[in-house]
Write a protein that binds this ligand. Structure first.
Ligand SMILES: [Ca+2]
Ligand SMILES: [Ca+2]
Ligand SMILES: [Ca+2]
Ligand SMILES: [Ca+2]
Length: 318
């Protein structure tokens, strides 16, 4: 009898852990739903549990990239053999770097880097959280030649490039916004948050510590975790739309934007190890191909990749 109860409990746990995922035709869980970002106001305090349970979940890891590459085919630049692992699985691109001192058996595996990102929104803010697996925390850049607050590629950084025009505008206009943050509290380093707004191809980048008022109340809490690092941030829509104020009023149910991600993971070296989601090194500027996110009043039902806009993206690149 005890054994029967135990099995029932295990079954319930397994169901709950995959409730937000849908099985793809190839047997791989597509964990990233349909891009529907739910309206939810978390407590922005560095404890990501509320975001994990209530926000949109975007996850990828090297094992996903291999699985997607096997299922959909690798892009023409794929190099499966080099020291610097480069697997172009159409819209995901792993360049996880084998750092000196890093266990070679871990490099390019899910222990090297697994992304677990969470997104929600309300009328004031876009909320972003992370609970990532990483085998080496990188918070300080190489300072042999002095401090370089702009050297985000030498640190563990979240980087989203947003296209507020939903793929209809220029790739270097005032619809394009880079937001970066590190797994730390906002005041811990000048570069804890970085934002760049574009206009006619020119970027205006501001580090948080150089001008906190510029951030209009943005919050960031984060630090190391047992498996890697985590953070929780609020990004005011007023900041996001700073160079595109006429469209600020678009924020609401149904507002769609594009977003692609480049996540540096140097693992103690100066090299630019990273993983991409929504673009690869060859198509970063093609904002009409970036993943689409849509603000929703409620958490949407996850959709298998074959039924999403991703399927069209994948066809384009094969
Ligand atoms: Ca929280
Ligand atoms: Ca690595
Ligand atoms: Ca790593
Ligand atoms: Ca790292």
């Amino acid at each position: 009898m005890k054994r029967a109860i135990y099995l029932v409990l295990v079954g319930a746990l397994a169901l709950s852990s995959t409730a937000s995922a849908q099985l793809m035709g190839n047997g791989v869980f597509w964990k990233s739903g349909d891009g529907g970002v739910p309206m939810y106001s978390p407590s922005v305090d560095g404890n990501v549990g509320d975001m994990e349970s209530s926000a949109y979940y975007l996850s990828w890891a090297p094992s996903d990239i291999w699985a997607w590459g096997d299922a959909y085919g690798y892009s023409r630049d794929t190099d499966l053999e080099s020291r610097r692992i480069r697997v172009y699985a159409i819209d995901v691109d792993n360049n996880l770097y084998l750092a000196d001192g890093e266990d070679p058996d871990e490099n390019g595996t899910d222990a090297d880097f697994t992304a677990n990102y969470y997104f929600s929104w309300d009328e004031d803010n876009l909320y972003i959280a992370a609970n990532n697996i990483d085998n080496h925390l990188d918070l300080v850049e190489n300072r042999t030649d002095g401090v370089n607050d702009n050297a985000f590629w030498q640190r563990d950084t979240f980087w989203i490039t947003m296209d507020l025009s939903d793929g209809t505008g220029a790739n270097n206009g005032n619809n394009i916004v880079d937001f970066r943050c590190m797994p730390m509290n906002a005041g811990d380093a000048v570069s804890s948050m970085q934002i760049a707004h574009y206009q006619d191809g020119e970027a205006t980048q501001v580090n948080y510590g150089d001008d906190p008022d510029y951030y209009l109340g943005a919050q960031l809490f984060g630090g190391p975790s047992s498996m890697g690092y985590q953070f929780e941030a609020s990004v005011p829509w007023d900041l996001v739309f700073l160079f595109d104020p006429d469209n600020r009023s678009s924020v609401g149910e149904g507002f769609a934007f594009r977003g692609r991600f480049i996540i540096p993971d140097p693992d103690g070296d100066d090299q630019y190890g990273q993983t991409y989601f929504g673009g690869d090194q060859g198509n970063l500027g093609e904002n009409n191909r970036w993943p689409r996110f849509i603000l929703r009043n409620n958490l949407s039902t996850p959709t298998a990749v074959e039924g999403s806009t991703w399927a069209a993206v994948k066809k384009l690149h094969q």
